[in-house]
Design a protein around this ligand. Sequence first.
Ligand code: FAD
Length: 284
Amino acid sequence: MAETNTGSTLSFEVFPPNSKVGIENLTKTLDQLKELKPSFISVTCSNHNVDYEKNTIDLAKHVHNDLQVPAMVHMPAAYVNKKQVSRILNELEELNINQVLALRGDIIDGHAPENDFKYASDLTKFIKQEKPDFEVSGACYPEVHPESTNRIDDIKHLKEKVDAGCDQLITQLFYDNEQFFRFQEECAIADINVPILAGIMPIINRKQALHILENCSAHLPKKFLAILDKYKDDPIALRDAGLAYAIDQIVDLVTNDVAGIHIYTMNSAQTAKHIYDNTAAFFK
Ligand code: FAD
């Protein structure tokens, strides 16, 4: 019988809510996520500088110091400057937080970027210079970053990001494991040897599926499109099928030795818990 891999980690992503109700819900969600003993919880940042420090850092502080779960702070290179990053890194160090996801961030209309960092690799290099002991993660795209002209350039730039000091990569969401396995191979060929965590976002309603189809580079396989069609008038069946699909995807990844699964929780503990309950035996 083939050996079961027990080396994969499990981690979660949450985002800072922008309403009082959202904050109350997230507090309950985090209490439940803590019980699932994740290896870390990452906290997203807004893609422009509005309240970045207050929202993201404050939430990470709660995760790390109140809940005692290692926190990873997302940082948007395009919307921070060197002076600000230095100050934030010192603050994180005082809070004993040493994990940062260095991103470029999406450039949005009407919000001029800062000029100190053009790409995530520039921010990565700066963080490593300032705090060599910090663990820096980077984003990667099994189905190619939407702005990239081709796969080869995308991998070439990813290699530059890893060489700049990225210790680990976390993928954009994807629904076709074959795309991920192919990407892993391409990374190995390009001598990108850091752990690659698979980003999984369970689809639990039709609106979310349509949003992904319209806005993400991730394609939905035929099997998933059939589920969407079959259950278009049955939201409960669609949710259950979406959860079952995510569980199947995770079991396949873990049994194929993925370094880790990073679940985009959308601040729902229920979804994360359901997946955990059905896959826990596969994690370390
Ligand atoms: P980069 O690595 O800088 O790459 C951006 C583009 O530039 C790519 O096409 C790359 O190929 C190209 N490139 C890189 N270097 C060079 C170079 N030297 N010359 C020419 N081209 C180059 N966004 C948020 O705003 N907040 C979040 O919290 C957030 N969390 C995320 C978490 C994960 C796991 C992922 C996968 C994405 C997340 N994003 C988030 C989205 C991300 O900010 C966007 O996808 C953004 O467009 C690119 O960010 P990056 O860090 O991948 O950029």
